[in-house]
Design a protein. Structure first.
Lengths: 341, 249
């Protein structure tokens, strides 16, 4: 440690907050379990971890809208589904060797995940721009209902679109490809999802701490203050909504890859509810909250669902407990309430 | 005569059958403090709301620095140089005083569409905000959550937020309320200090402060500006005594 000034300065190690420690532990477990499972040849658990990771990404997207921007969207399944359908449609045309469209320019399918992700996020961004531009003129319960209504419209549109499977959805016969690595391998695919999860968590953390994040946070806390400071709330919130939708859309694209299938169920309002459950269970506005929420959800569904189809009752109780006794979700119970500076 | 910084012409506003603001015209010239007084419910805050853009006037116009801003948004008016504080303070309560002021500083520096650099480690932003808080007398209290500050201190934070916009005109709605005697003396001195640079439209019930600070006073009663004049004119006016000061005495 080098000191240039004469006055003795206390050398302070940046102290890890309790939440940071929890975050590290959660991520370490999420990484370690599939590594171990893969080493003993149990791909089932690897895929389970992939599912948790993908749901966590979807939750990180919604968490940015709810936690940072105060936009309680009950329609994020729309973006999850659009991401899924982008994957499905790209793979379908690639498989059939047909064109998605020929006018005004020809667009074919593809089996390249990187391209699919970019397209999925772009399409979600555009959809969110349109949905947000209308929905964000309302607040509170009306915002919840109008986002739900938009998602339902897209759901029914997908059902009544026979070219892409209608009610039956679309199968993706071969997993799409990534450069260099073999995405067919369960572990590789998990690692890709895991890195993307870390990426979106990091990105949303940076965004929240930026000038844009400060404005978005103030739009949530006190819109009057934001406007009085000379910043129009609407474009700030709309941008936040679009970013949130793009992240959830990426999760949708991965979900379709994992299942080798995309269908209207990805767009259903129950799905919107589930994504919201990840966020609320884990802790609204907490960086790794959605990962915890998704893990609790998937594990309950998998293990309790094995004994009884009434596992949702337990989920309901867990939610009730979290909402009544721990407003900060599971993260709030472990690490205390969120800190602001 | 010098060109007014803020010019309000023939403003009207009704809430249903209630005429809250009736044909009010007033202006604010450079280097002056123009006080707006009147009994409770006179329409002072409604007028302030119309000037800052929260309330759409039924008719009339508002000019800021020679530009008609009647159809501007609240944020637009703030950017064009109107700083204001509210009667009931309106701050982001969960975060620190500094954070609140930082937002104004960032707005005055341009676009908020900057996504990567962390505000926390933006020393210039943090320090500028801290300096404004120091100027309004909140040095040492910068990093306390607004929810933990007293009502008086919250007012000071609001004034710091308004100043950080580097406004051309300030609109302060009862900034002295809740400050206590020493607090209001301090704020009075401070407003005196900034007057040469930033003219102030001051809504205030504290008559000592008004008489000490104001260059001109406009009296609002029942939504109408019944009188406008110098401190002495207002002090001696029988009309004002009857309509307003009488209630106080
Ligand atoms: N949004 C509203 N809807 C209906 N009436 C309103 C509204 N806002 C204000 N009023 C009424 O308009 C009148 C003027 O209110 P205003 O708040 O402007 O008075 P004021 O002069 O600021 O009073 P005070 O000194 O108490 O702050 C009051 O009678 C009030 O009840
Ligand atoms: Mg008032």
């Amino acid at each position: 440690m080098q000191r240039t000034d004469t006055a003795p300065k206390p050398v302070s190690m940046p102290k890890l907050s309790r939440e940071t420690i929890v975050n590290i532990v959660v991520m370490a477990i999420l990484l370690a379990v599939p590594l171990w499972a893969s080493s003993i040849g149990e791909d089932y658990y690897v895929n389970l971890a992939s599912l948790i990771t993908i749901f966590a990404i979807a939750g990180v997207g919604l968490n940015f809208a709810i936690g940072q921007g105060g936009m309680v969207s009950f329609g994020h399944a729309a973006f999850f589904g659009i991401g899924g359908y982008t994957t499905g449609i790209a793979a379908f045309h690639n498989f059939e060797e047909t064109l998605f469209m020929s006018m005004p320019f020809a667009v074919s399918g593809t089996n390249q995940m990187l391209i699919i992700w970019i397209v999925a996020m772009a399409v979600c961004g555009i959809a969110a721009l349109a949905i947000g531009a209308i929905s964000l003129r309302t607040e509170g319960v009306y915002f919840i209902m109008i986002t739900l209504a938009f998602a339902q419209m897209i759901y029914y549109f997908a059902i009544s679109w026979p070219a892409y499977g209608g009610e039956d959805g679309l199968s993706i016969y071969l997993r799409n490809e990534l450069p260099v690595v073999d995405a067919e391998s369960a572990l590789t695919f998990f690692l890709v999802c895991f890195i993307l999860l870390l990426g979106v968590i990091f990105a949303t953390a940076r965004l929240s701490g930026s000038r844009f994040g400060a404005a978005l946070g103030t739009a949530h806390m006190n819109g009057t203050r934001l406007a009085t400071s000379g910043i129009d709330p609407f474009p700030i919130k709309l941008t936040g909504f679009v970013i949130s939708a793009m992240i959830t859309g990426l999760a949708g694209a991965l979900f379709a890859e994992l299942n080798g299938f995309t269908g209207p169920s990805m767009l259903s309002w129950q799905r919107s509810g589930e994504i919201m459950v990840f966020v609320i269970l884990g802790g609204v506005g907490r960086l790794c909250g959605p990962a915890i929420g998704a893990a609790v959800f998937v594990l309950l569904e998998t293990y309790i669902g094995e004994w009884t189809e009434h596992w949702q009752l337990l989920l309901g109780l867990a939610l009730l407990g979290v909402v009544l006794f721990a407003r900060g979700g599971v993260m709030g119970m472990i690490a205390g309430s969120a800190r602001h500076d | 005569m010098t060109k007014p910084v803020l010019e309000v012409k023939d403003l009207y506003k009704s809430f249903g059958a209630l005429q809250a603001v009736k044909n009010v015209s007033l202006d604010l010239r450079p280097k002056e403090i123009h006080a707006l007084i009147g009994p409770n419910g006179a329409g002072k805050s409604t007028l302030a709301g119309q000037i800052s853009g929260w309330i759409t006037p039924d008719s009339g116009s508002i000019c800021l620095d020679g530009e008609d801003v009647t159809s501007e948004t609240v944020a637009g008016r703030s950017r064009k140089g109107l700083g204001r504080s509210f009667q009931v303070s309106s701050l982001a309560m969960e975060v620190s005083a500094r954070r609140n002021v930082m937002l104004s500083v960032q707005a005055s520096q341009g676009s908020s569409f900057r996504f990567w650099k962390q505000t926390r480690s933006d020393e210039e932003l943090c320090e500028t905000a801290g300096n404004w808080l120091g100027k309004v007398g909140l040095g040492g209290r910068e990093d306390i959550a607004v929810s933990k500050l007293s009502h008086g201190e919250r007012r000071q934070v609001e004034v710091a937020c308004a100043l950080a916009l580097k406004p051309k005109a300030l609109l302060l709605d009862e900034p002295m309320a809740g400050l206590g005697p020493t607090g209001s003396v301090q704020l009075t001195e401070f407003l005196e200090e900034i007057r040469p640079e930033i003219p102030i439209l001051l809504i205030e019930h504290d008559m000592d402060a008004v008489f000490r600070l104001a260059d001109r006073i406009t009296v609002l009663v029942g939504g109408a500006a019944i009188l406008s004049g110098s401190v002495d004119e207002i002090r001696t006016s029988s009309l004002v005594r009857k309509a307003y000061l009488g209630e106080e005495a």
